[in-house]
Design a protein around this ligand. Structure first.
Ligand code: C2E
Ligand code: SIN
Ligand code: SIN
Ligand code: SIN
Ligand code: FE
Ligand code: FE
Length: 374
């Protein structure tokens, strides 16, 4: 009985309040959904003194429940109707069981995977403003003792208090995802018209992020560059097909038409107040400027050219040279490296060329990762 007693010990109101206040401060400042899931799981675990507390969210499209258990670990997921969590989500009811293995709703597969012996389980559905179930709080005990009705109340309280934070974070992450998707689609449109593959924009995105990091830019700016660089050639939508898809060399007149893809791209984005599109405007405008001042459209020189565009100039040419185009065959790698080396201080920023070539292995790895599938 004494053993049970220690497990059944309940927190005082003051102790609970302290836990809630402690986590509320962290939670309210957090917009990253996955970090939020981890924080709220920890809070739930401490409030009801569970061995484990998991916060599952519904992915309606895939009909899965998913969660994040620890920073740096992959998220895990399971079918949306699986186990107690699935039951709670489907019915909108709380579940409180003393021994999972005596209940047919239990899905022991996660126990098997994690070498764990689940005993008492508590599941509380989490609702949005509109009262729709968006996820479930699941607490687990492994040893003796079980969850009480009071634990269920406590976790319900936390769940209703947390619904708003989760919803805000989901909206935020949906927005971020949507933004990313639109951006890649836009990049792909411009590339597919010139018969380049979607992989080209992905590679340029990854190379640009990497080179930005190597150049010492902070993570947020490197991310911005990853998002914006795929749009560098968006202005090609304004170039007529007979030029864009011409199998041979362009005439002088055709080439001067082609060069307008820079200003066309700039005009698409210039009026936007969003950081991401401002960045895209700069890159579209200046990615064909050359360090020695012989580029286009404005003939900018050296550091007059925005660093973002100096970065994209290298990553775009590196990828263009390594790819088949309607007008030319892909170059072998050693020739590409030789070309970039030779253009140090000519076409390209010499400092960036050094960083690029000193770390060429990293770029080759990315290239292999995002190879054109034939
Ligand atoms: P792109 O195919 O994406 O090429 C981007 C940049 O990579 C080029 O900018 C150039 O700096 C470099 N590049 C690509 N292929 C070669 C090459 O074989 N030799 C050298 N030295 N550099 C290369 P650039 O020249 O300003 O061209 C801009 C865009 O104009 C190209 O984008 C492509 O869409 C088009 N273009 C350029 N030359 C021709 C051509 O002879 N025929 C056709 N049909 N299109 C061309
Ligand atoms: C997902 O699609 O990954 C789940 C929905 C979300 O929370 O963004
Ligand atoms: C479940 O049955 O809901 C899964 C239990 C677990 O996570 O171990
Ligand atoms: C975020 O909301 O900060 C990131 C969203 C995501 O994980 O895709
Ligand atoms: Fe271009
Ligand atoms: Fe390109």
């Amino acid at each position: 009985m004494t053993g049970n007693k220690s497990v059944q010990y309940e927190l005082s109101a003051e102790e609970m309040l302290e836990i809630i206040l402690n986590y509320a401060a962290k939670i309210s400042g957090e917009s990253d959904l996955e970090t939020l899931l981890i924080l709220m799981s920890e809070m739930g675990r401490r409030l009801v003194r569970a061995d484990r507390c998991t916060l599952w969210l519904i992915d309606h499209e895939k009909k899965r429940l998913w969660t994040k258990v620890a920073q740096g670990m992959e998220r895990i997921d399971m079918p949306a109707d699986s186990g107690f969590a699935g039951f709670s989500v489907q019915t909108g009811e709380a579940v409180l069981v003393k021994d999972a293995y005596l209940d047919e709703r239990f899905n022991p597969s996660i126990d098997k995977k994690t070498n764990y012996r689940t005993r008492s389980v508590l599941c509380i559905p989490i609702r949005s403003f509109g009262q729709e179930v968006i996820g479930v709080y699941q607490a687990i005990h492994k040893g003796i003792g079980w969850f009480s009705e009071k634990d269920a109340k406590t976790l319900s309280l936390a769940a209703s208090y947390m619904g708003k934070s989760i919803q805000a974070a989901i909206l935020h992450s949906e927005l971020v995802k949507t933004q990313r998707e639109i951006i890649f689609k836009m990049g792909e449109v411009s590339e597919s018209r010139s018969q380049e593959t979607g992989q080209h924009v992905k590679r340029v995105a990854k190379y640009s992020r990497m080179l930005a990091k190597l150049a010492g830019l902070p993570e947020t700016e490197a991310q911005m560059l990853e998002l914006a660089s795929p749009m560098h050639d968006i202005g090609k939508v304004a170039i007529p097909d007979h030029i864009l898809k011409k199998p041979g060399r362009l005439t002088a007149e055709e080439y001067s038409m082609m060069k307008t893809h820079t200003t066309e791209g700039y005009n698409i984005f210039r009026s936007s107040t969003r950081q991401i599109f401002k960045t895209a405007a700069i890159i579209a405008h200046e990615h064909h400027e050359k360090w020695d001042g012989t580029g286009y459209p404005r003939g900018l020189k050296g550091e007059e050219i925005h660093l973002y565009a100096r970065i994209t100039a290298i990553t775009d040419v590196f990828d263009a040279l390594g790819s088949d185009r309607v007008y030319k065959k892909a170059w072998p790698l050693d020739q590409i490296i030789e070309f970039i080396d030779k253009e140090r201080g000519g076409h390209f920023d010499p400092n960036l060329v050094n960083l690029f070539l000193d770390n060429i292995d990293v770029f080759i790895t990315i290239r292999k990762q995002y190879e054109d599938s034939v």
